[in-house]
Design a binder for this molecule. Structure first.
Ligand code: NAD
Length: 484
């Protein structure tokens, strides 16, 4: 077993214990052992971090540094992340239960590519000149929003932190990163990378700790200008409410119940692979997971049989091992939630065709393993068709024709993502138009590019991550009128 060092807070460029002296444990979900302990930030630490961020922001040098130079620091961070990819991946796997393949080959390299994208974008921010008057010269400039509190969830700790941190730094903001308390370890390493690569003190600080304590203290603090939140819709609502008195800028990346639609004319083999990874990548702990699979009736039975077979053949085990295809869910609490939904699905009359239980044959019952579960005969009013489960549970519904597909796809309060599988280009385009979702994949699922914005419609939140759209969300527009 790898040794994991205890974690501290990163405040004003230095590692520190919490003012309260409190620490919390972080657990390896694969064997339930305590990986290490981490300092638990509290209100006093938030005060110190906000003061340091304000100093960095208001007195420079960060916000006054030429943008290209900020870009160079971000590029160095990307290089350092690539150099450290294997140790960062191991830490991420130990803390979250995701396979080493996913953390090492997909997510850590993707985080590096996010830093590279925003390194290039930093020097390309500009305003507009407006030739609308002869008696005045009108133009706009973009300025950093200021101090950003980035509050992140446990499913992609390093990757989702990179989405916020890289964009905010490129814009010239200072960031206080508050990782989820289940998975604090790699966020601390992002802070370390920043220090090593020349970020001035106070520009990137990391405060692990509880949501209701340190998270909420950041949300309410008048010295914080913006909250960039990714997490559940329930907490998103609370953040919006509690940030209202100080009128903070807020972006919310929230939950989903995304439809993945398979038409009978699709390449069914590709669609089956896409449906499988669409729900079971990262044990279903993906905000955009294709957790509602809508299958056209004529191909329904064969398609479900293929999926069930793949699910049953999935090897669960130690996520560090090469042969493992799925690791444990993140925590005991999450396992309880997921199994609760499984029981609810059974009670409400859906039919289990794969899984449907805890995998207690794995690791002698130690660890939070849940078999990949496929429910067939799900109807739209069932709980498992409506609520986000955030685990390896797929709900299958069937439809007849494009109109019913679109109606079912849109029968949700969420609107994060959607997928459609068809060989008919017109049908694909029409579906992409008719579905209310921030991202639509055609003949693909769960693919991301640093340049392509990502975010929700409806109760999946507002604002966009990634792309130039995210950069803009960390900038204010100032209009200047020069009377001639
Ligand atoms: P969560 O909302 O419980 O926690 C997210 C973060 O908010 C954590 O850092 C947590 O400590 C903090 N937090 C909790 N309560 C808080 C409070 N009262 N004030 C301030 N901060 C608080 O979510 P989670 O369980 O960590 O993550 C799962 C959820 O995240 C799912 O709903 C999932 O869909 C969503 N998610 C969305 C996206 C996206 O891009 N839309 C990506 C990943 C996850």
């Amino acid at each position: 077993m790898a040794e994991v060092s205890p974690g501290q807070l990163l405040i004003a460029g230095e590692w520190a214990e919490a003012a309260s002296g409190k620490r919390f444990e972080t657990v390896n979900p694969a064997d339930e052992s305590v990986l290490t302990t981490v300092a638990a930030a509290g209100a006093e630490d938030v005060e110190r971090a906000v003061a340091a961020a304000r100093k960095a922001q208001d007195e420079g040098p960060w916000s006054r540094m030429p943008a290209a130079e900020r870009g160079r620091i971000l590029w160095r961070m990307a290089e350092r992340i690539r150099e450290r990819a294997s140790d960062l991946a191991l830490l991420e796997t130990l803390d979250t239960g995701k396979t080493l393949f996913d953390s090492g080959k997909i997510e850590i390299p993707m985080a590096a590519s996010i830093f590279e994208f925003y390194a290039g974008a930093a020097g390309k921010v500009g305003g507009r000149t407006l030739g609308t008057r002869s008696d005045a010269f009108l133009f706009t400039v973009k300025e950093p929003v200021g101090v950003v509190a980035a509050i992140t969830p446990w499913n992609f700790p390093f990757l989702l932190a990179s989405w916020k941190v890289a964009a905010a730094l490129a814009a010239g903001c200072s960031v206080i990163l508050k990782p989820a308390s289940q998975t604090p370890l790699t966020a601390l390493e992002m802070g370390r990378v920043g220090l090593e690569c020349g970020l001035p003190p106070g520009v990137l600080q990391v405060l692990p700790g509880g949501g209701a304590t340190v998270g909420m203290a950041l949300v309410r603090h008048p010295g914080v200008d913006k909250i960039a939140f990714t997490g559940s819709t329930a907490v998103g609502r609370e953040i919006l409410r509690e940030s209202a008195p100080t009128l903070k800028r807020v972006t919310l990346e929230l939950g989903g119940k995304s439809p993945n639609v398979v038409f009978a004319d699709a390449d069914l083999e590709a669609a089956a692979r896409g449906a499988f990874t669409g729900i079971f990548y990262n044990k279903g702990e993906v905000c955009a997971a294709g957790s509602r699979l809508l299958i056209e009736r004529s191909v329904h039975d064969a398609f479900v049989a293929t999926l069930a077979e793949r699910a049953e053949a999935t090897t669960l085990g130690d996520p560090k091992e090469k042969g493992t295809r799925m690791g444990p869910v993140v925590s005991a609490e999450q396992m309880k939630t997921v199994l609760g939904y499984v029981e609810c699905g059974k009670r409400e009359g859906a039919r289990v065709v794969a899984g449907g239980r805890r995998a207690d044959e794995v690791n002698s019952g130690k660890g939070f393993f849940v078999r990949p579960t496929v429910f067939d005969a799900v109807t739209p009013e069932m709980t498992i068709a409506r609520e986000e489960i955030f685990g390896p549970v797929l709900s299958v519904l069937s439809f007849e024709g494009p109109d019913e597909a679109a109606a079912l796809a849109n029968a949700t309060n969420y609107g994060l993502a959607a997928g459609v599988w068809t060989r008919d280009v017109g049908k694909a385009h029409r579906f992409a138009r008719s579905v209310r979702a921030g991202t639509v994949w055609v003949n693909a699922y769960n693919l991301y590019d640093p340049a392509l914005p990502f975010g929700g419609f409806g109760q999946s939140g507002f604002g966009r991550e990634l792309g130039l759209e995210a950069l803009d969300a960390y900038l204010e527009t100032k209009s200047v009128w020069i009377q001639l």
